[in-house]
Each structure stands twice: as C-alpha cells, then as structure tokens.
Design a protein around this ligand. Structure first.
Ligand code: ATP
Ligand code: MG
Length: 405
C-alpha cells in the first residue's frame, strides 16, 4: 500500500528522513502517528526509526539532544521542531516482566517492528508513502482489531504493561481486542503486579479519557487487570458504574478522570488523597481532587453553602465538570454563577489584613489575629457582612470585646 499524500506533520519531517537515506541508512515514520494517519485521525508526535546508530545520527545533523540515548533515541531539532529518532533495536532478556535488561541496536527494520506491542502499532511508513506491513497490521486496522505482534503470552511476559496498553488502545481507538490476545491478558493479569505504578498510571489515565472509555474499562475488568491496580482490587461494581458513566461522555482531562473515579468509588476527601498518593500523583492533582470531592460529596447530600463553594476555589471547574459527568442531578450552571457571585474568592481579597489589625487596633501579633480574620472571612463569604474595611474593623472590635467579657 502506498499513500498518495502525507499529512503536513510528516511532510515537514521529510528532510530528516531524506538526509538519513542519502547517507545510506534506512528511515521510516513509525508508531502511533502512522496508525493515526491511516485512520484519518490527527497525529501528535512524529516518531522516526532508522538503521543509523545514535552516533551516526548525531554526526548527520547540526542540532540534536540526547533525550534517551541509552535506548537509541536522539531528538533532532529542525525548524523549531523536535523529532525523536530511534535506532532500530531489539530488546532481550526480560527477566522481570518489565522493560528489557538491555537493548541491542540492529540494522533491520523487521527486528524493530517485531518488538512492538500490537500489529496496528507495528506499521512503518517510507518517505515515499509506502506502508511497510510485516504483521498484517493494515488488515487489523481495517477491521478495528488489536492483536499482539507474535505470541501474546510471550509478549506479555516480556512486558506486562502491554496488557494495560491493550485496554488503553481499546478505549482510545474503539478497537476490539482479538480473542487470543484477550485470553492471554486474562491468563497473565497477575504479571501487572511487576509494573511500576507510574507506568500503569499513564495508560490508565489515557484509558479513562478515550472516546470508547466504557469499552476499554470493560476489557480491563474482563481481563481482571484491576485485581493488580491499587484501590481497585475489589471495586468491580463501582467500576461497572464508572464504565456506564463513560458511555455518555468522557472526562476532558486527567483531573476530571481521577476525580470522577474517586467519586464513583465513594471516597472521602482524605481517602481520595491517599488513593492518589499511592498512584504517585502530583501534589497539585491530590489537592484538586480532595477539594473537588469535598464539594461533590456535599452536593450528593444536599445543596452546598457559599463557604463550601468558596473552599473549593479555582478547582470549582473540575468539580462541576465531574458533577456533570456523574449521575448527580444538580444545576451546575447555577452553582458556577453562585461561585462567580461570591463576594470574595480568596483570603487575599478580604478588605482587612493582619497588618491593619496591628496598626489600627494596636493588636499584638499572635494566633488571635488569624482567628479573627478567619471569622470575618467566613462572614463575608456567607454574605453576613460587607467586604468593607470599616465594617470589618468594627466587627473585629465587637468580636474582641465579646471575648474579653
Ligand atoms: P499515542 O498516540 O498515545 O502516543 P502511540 O502508539 O504512539 O500512541 P506510544 O506509547 O507513544 O504509543 O508508543 C509509540 C510506539 O512504540 C507504539 O506505537 C509501539 O509501536 C511502541 N511501544 C510503546 N510502548 C511499547 C511497549 N510497552 N511494548 C511494545 N511496544 C511499545
Ligand atoms: Mg506516541
């Protein structure tokens, strides 16, 4: 098969492949970008594979960065773009069900394509538009099938993450996992326990956002992969509920995906934080999620107060998007308007400061100042008092007098 024209992203990278070829090496576009081009989908990163060894690649181009030189990856910088160029390689001796002990650079494209996970990911595209298809990936692409390259059992023993990737691509592409590949996942799911939580996280996060996330999650459950995923070991029923929600719409970003998951699992804000910590999420993600879950749990029980809206802060967007994705029946537009209409959105906007209390009211520094500010902050947010300096100072005097009595 030969493509009549290449997408603009490939056209722009052609000089790189041509330079490699002119120097006597082979060079191809590979991986997801080839698959997505053939599916008429937009492509993100352009990956190039070549028979040239890393040192040979570097000798041919002016600007390169060693982004993953030990795996044979060099980034070539060209007209402000970076192109990841990886030497053909084989991977040998997977003794621990994850990443190979060593990679060997080879001159053969076939060897390189053989180590790739699924047939639709093992296509290569020549600069002239010819598709190299050594494992019937084109046929699987046409029939929307995910099939391991070679013997699925062996491939999952080499790298157990591939089982997660099968569910992830099922979710992203809406492709069915071929029965033998599916059976091998079920038989080998326990190998996932050898894979680092960070790598599983990457695939799971993509899965939850795929257009066919519902199907991907059902495949994950069918394969019993969740038995080896932190906090999801016994969550089949909740995950089925989650899959059901994902049928209607999918989370628009990583935060929404994980918050919706935590909400479906019925976690408290504290449990959400420890759940996400185990998954090695960033501090930012953990904070957003626990704030969002606080608001969502309040919404689940009842209407929320101004203070609860205020406390979620700018994470309101995530919380309301998740409320829309969830089975909650709430008027999120009205909540967003209420949030916007809050008299203040952070303590910084309060019309008095600690310095004011010390200067105007001659108060001594100490914990009392913070307590008084928190009290009036609360009253301002609940519209019990105007956010006005004089009014707030009067109120503070009143509060301190009360305390003295
Ligand atoms: P995306 O569009 O999400 O980037 P992709 O197919 O490009 O999808 P990547 O994770 O970027 O996926 O990997 C690029 C390519 O490298 C894959 O298409 C596949 O050929 C190969 N690959 C990546 N990870 C593995 C793995 N664990 N085992 C085998 N091959 C892999
Ligand atoms: Mg990619």
């Amino acid at each position: 098969m030969k493509l009549a024209s290449l997408p603009a992203e490939f056209e722009a990278a052609l000089p790189i492949l041509q330079t490699l070829e002119a120097a006597g090496y082979e060079a191809y576009f590979v991986g997801g970008s080839v698959r997505d081009t053939l599916l008429n989908k937009p492509i993100h990163d352009v990956d190039i594979a070549t028979s040239a060894f890393p040192a040979e690649v570097k000798a041919l181009f002016k600007k390169t960065v060693d982004t993953g030189i030990e795996h044979g990856t060099v980034m070539i910088l060209d007209h402000g773009q970076g192109y990841e160029t990886t030497t053909f390689r084989t991977e040998s001796d997977y003794t621990d069900y994850r990443r190979p002990d060593e990679v060997t650079f080879v001159r053969s494209l076939e060897e390189d394509l053989k180590r790739r996970d699924f047939t639709v990911n093992a296509l290569a595209l020549k600069p002239d538009g010819t598709v190299v298809d050594l494992f019937d990936g084109l046929q699987d692409l046409e029939h929307h099938i995910l099939r391991a390259v070679g013997k699925p059992e062996e491939r999952f023993h080499e790298d157990a993450l591939r089982m997660m990737r099968a569910a992830r691509f099922a979710a992203q592409l809406g492709f069915e996992i071929e029965p033998e590949t599916q059976a091998a996942i079920k038989d080998n799911a326990q190998l996932l326990a050898h894979i680092s939580v960070e790598r599983v996280n990457v695939e799971f996060t993509k899965l939850m956002q795929g257009p066919a996330a519902n199907y991907g999650l059902l495949e994950l459950l069918r394969g019993r992969l969740n038995l080896y995923m932190y906090g999801l070991e016994a969550a089949d029923i909740d995950l089925l509920g989650y899959a059901d929600l994902l049928k209607q719409a999918q989370p628009a970003n990583d935060q929404q995906a994980w918050v919706l998951l935590a909400f479906e699992l019925g976690l408290t804000p504290d449990d959400t934080a420890s759940f996400l910590r185990q998954w090695k999420h960033s501090r930012e993600m953990i904070n957003t999620a626990s704030r969002s879950i606080t608001l969502l749990n309040a919404l689940r029980l009842d209407d929320v107060s101004n203070w609860q809206l205020y406390s979620v802060g700018s994470d309101i967007q995530t919380a309301l998007a998740v409320a829309d994705l969830s089975e909650l029946v709430v008027d999120t537009d009205r909540l967003a308007q209420r949030y916007d209409a809050l008299p203040i959105h952070s303590k910084k906007e309060l019309a008095v400061t600690g310095a004011d209390l010390m200067q105007t009211l001659q108060m001594q520094p100490g914990p009392q100042i913070g307590q008084l500010l928190s009290q009036v902050e609360h009253e301002v947010v609940e519209n019990q008092i105007a956010n006005d300096k004089t009014a707030l100072l009067y109120r503070i005097v009143e509060l301190t007098n009360k305390e003295k009595k």
